[in-house]
Design a protein around this ligand. Sequence first.
Ligand code: MV4
Length: 514
Amino acid sequence: MFKKILIANRGEIAVRVIRACHEMDIRAVAVFSEADRASLHVRLADEAYPIGPAPSRESYLRIDKLMDVAKRAGCDALHPGYGFLAENPALPRACAEAGVTFIGPSADAMEKLGSKTAARQLAKRAGVSAVPGALDPIAEIRDARKIAAEIGYPVLLKAVAGGGGKGMRLVVRESELEAAWRDAGSEATNAFGDGRLYLEKYLVHPRHIEIQILADTHGNIVYLAERECSVQRRHQKVIEEAPSPVIDPELRRKMGKAAVNLAREAGYTNAGTVEFLVDADRNFYFLEVNTRLQVEHPVTEMVSGLDLVQLQIRIAAGERLTFAWQELHPRGHAIECRIYAEDPENNFFPSPGKILARRTASGPGVRMDEGVYPGFVVPMDYDPLLGKLIVWAATREEAIARMSRALDEYYVSGIKTNVDLFRRILADPAFVRAEFHTRWLDKWLQKEFKSPVPAAEDDATAENAALLGALAWHLSQNIAGAAENGATRNPSEPASSRWKIQGRTEQVERFPEK
Ligand code: MV4
């Protein structure tokens, strides 16, 4: 077993990995940027090393600095967490060169699955159905036109290097294709440095359901319970649960086997997630593979009784998956709420700042994975996830009641959070009946957050416009990082009504105070 693990991450996930290390009697080494000197992960680690200025490009994304720390501290393994470099094959390659074991899949498997079209081909070879559409990157718009006509509109243009909704455009009819092709291509170039596109048949109102898999280095691959992740806002998951309320044991077995076959075809090792879209008739279609530990992994831990981070470490150390997990059935029901420092009343604008007071939730069936403490200043440089509130109960109904109770206990002041929003979602009859899909929350928010003041677009002064522009630029520069897919977290789009601008002005002016 490893003696010392370098945790190449920050915030709640770094804390989560440190906890696993300590339970396994492994020393945990933290790294931190200038903005993270006082972070919880730094305080809980056995050793901590500075790796540069606040912007993640100059710290958490610097492979050279990470390798330097790994060598200096004498680490024998590295855990990437999620986001940052977690799905960048250059990290496992650098680790191999430095003689440090990477806790995750091989660079080759990562690379293969990073291309959405290569992953679709892989699924086909594994006998797993994917959404109808192109299997190769599309070179020219006239090829796109031809394929779209074959599979029928509406179609979805997607980035080959994509994920997380970036470089994605819905095309309802052929006349829209040309503009969408241009927009998606340039967005993909900006986000991934790879503007190649392909297309899929657009599924209307699918659910997003994903299967957790574990694969050891001896060819044993198992699937654990699925997670239901349909409740998302602009491609950011907000609430996750396990198991999915719409999956029965037979469908679970089918999707689980599909996920395992795909992982086998990819030569996959360690923990991974196979994402599917599930339509109203409960047909499932392969979407993509996430080659990392995911933010929402705790709901799977709660219903399986397993510690996924410890298992990742054991797999990386060469241990075998011994138990007959093909027969593992989820027990009870788990729900997770992602608590963000953001303002739902103000278009979900990030709300970094000093946490003045915080009472955490606890009691029966409650788990809080957080990366903050009272007095901590939430940096504006990273994804503003404060932590995750997770509950377990015997049934979904009881889990909802328990989560509502835990949300009532949880209290934080000094910054704005989305906690109240969860109370309202959990009380919504459609949520209680589990009647939702991937567009459900965006529509729900539109309905709930009808602008209280009439928009006064014409009134926006040049000064306000300049402020917004500067702020948008600032956010695009700095709010990088912990977003799971490694891409920049969608800062709320600029809105031009006066009352919203007022809110932003106050926030800008608030920053220097902390
Ligand atoms: C789709 C889809 C409908 N049809 N593909 C969004 C992010 C990326 N990972 C894939 N996404 C989607 N792909 C086809 N062919 C709908 C979505 C989608 C979505 C998927 C999962 C979770 C939330 C979503 C919200 C909007 C759209």
